[in-house]
Design a protein around this ligand. Structure first.
Ligand code: DAH
Length: 375
């Protein structure tokens, strides 16, 4: 019978052919080639044979094993192919069906995220890059480089959150404004036209800011947008035009009027607060026209000390900076009454004031061509 590998082979091969599933095929493999399998048992008998018999039967048994292994492999390939075809046929997806979402679970984009996108789109159309800086700052970038030295009263005014961690002997802090990104970005030499290091610069820096302050219009964490333009001949006319163009596009009105009020910031000279013309209509604030003014941010011509701290030649370059509260801008545009609700993670609030992903900010409100260029 040991000679009769042909019969064994035929039987096993027909078992292989008859295996209708991968697991049935695996059973056949184990019965033939597994530890206690029929073919394995045959191979084991070689050890007890004399040399002559082993020489005769060894190649026979090995050939048997090889052919069975090949037959198993080819059956496995075709079963897998069949399985794939079956799955492809049964698991079709109709991409044209409406999306199966329960509106209750639909996510919303937070008004602050939406507003940040809007700011980026509007300023990008005026040629501004978007710069970022760290939330955890050093005293140097948050104050000193912005011309606010150690004993300066402005340091107290900022209600700073200090960390216990230090860097170079000075406590780290949560940045109290986005202005440190001015210095960091100038230092890094990101140039508006991307060609070489150094000025001109034209960028905005939106982000989170922190102050130890909390009431209806202040939260310990809030958002600001910083703007900076540095070139050889940049002047206050450019600043006014930029702010007007931005506010017109942002509030989607034909015209906004702004006014500058003299103010003081250590990092600008001269410094101005920016007011936007508005009026109240039954408790609702209408921006753009009217007989009232509303403060929306600070601005000024960058103080030469700040340029020098960032390694810029202040005898050659000059420019303007501005800073505005993003949450305030969102409240004015979308009419939320209380800032604290922005960060209380109330789903009902988010459903009401949030945006759907398809509400992609564009320039529908319109930056007209004439407002685009800041030369
Ligand atoms: N950093 C100021 C603040 O948080 C806002 C500000 C004022 C930024 C004037 C500026 C600026 O860039 O020029 O109160």
């Amino acid at each position: 019978m040991q000679d009769d590998t042909g019969a064994v082979e035929n039987r096993i091969i027909s078992d292989i052919a008859a295996a209708a599933t991968l697991s049935a095929l695996e059973d056949v493999r184990v019965a033939a080639l597994g530890k206690k399998g029929e073919v394995s048992a045959l191979l084991k008998t070689l050890g007890g044979m004399d040399a002559e018999e082993r020489q005769r039967l060894g190649p026979l048994f090995n050939q048997l094993k090889i052919r069975i292994t090949e037959a198993l492999q080819s059956r496995r390939d075709s079963l897998e192919a069949e399985e794939l075809t079956r799955r492809l046929a049964s698991e079709t997806l109709d991409m044209t069906l409406p999306v199966d979402t329960d509106p209750q679970f639909e996510g919303r984009i937070h008004p602050v995220s939406q507003t940040m996108e809007e700011l980026a789109v509007i300023f990008a159309s005026m040629g501004f890059d978007v710069a970022e800086g760290p939330d955890i700052e050093s005293g140097f970038y948050n104050f000193t480089a912005l011309n606010i030295p150690d004993a300066h009263p402005a340091r107290q005014m900022h209600d700073t959150f200090y960390l216990t961690a230090e860097e170079e002997g000075e406590a780290l802090l949560l940045r109290t404004h986005t202005s440190p990104v001015q210095v960091r970005t100038m230092e890094a030499g990101a140039r508006a036209d991307g060609e070489e290091d150094g000025p001109p610069f034209r960028f905005i820096a939106p982000g989170r800011t922190y102050r130890c302050d909390s009431d209806q219009t202040h939260t310990p964490m809030f958002h600001q947008i910083e703007g900076l333009v540095i070139d050889k001949t940049t002047h206050m006319g450019h600043l006014k035009h930029t702010l007007e163009a931005f506010l017109t596009a942002f509030f989607e009105v034909d015209n906004v009027a702004i006014r500058f009020r003299p103010s003081y910031f250590p990092f600008t000279e001269p410094s101005m607060e920016v007011d936007i013309r508005c009026h109240r209509d039954g408790g609702k604030l209408i921006v753009g026209a009217g007989d009232d003014w509303m403060e929306i941010g600070g601005s000024g011509m960058v103080n030469p000390h700040v340029l020098r701290h960032a390694g810029i030649d202040a005898d050659v370059y000059q420019g303007f900076a501005f800073g505005m509260g993003i949450d305030r801008l969102a409240m004015l545009k979308y009419g939320m009454p209380d800032l604290r609700a922005f960060f209380s993670a109330d789903l009902r609030w988010l459903k009401h004031y949030g945006f759907l992903p398809i509400d992609v900010p564009g320039l529908a409100g319109g930056l007209s061509n004439k407002t685009l260029a800041v030369k």
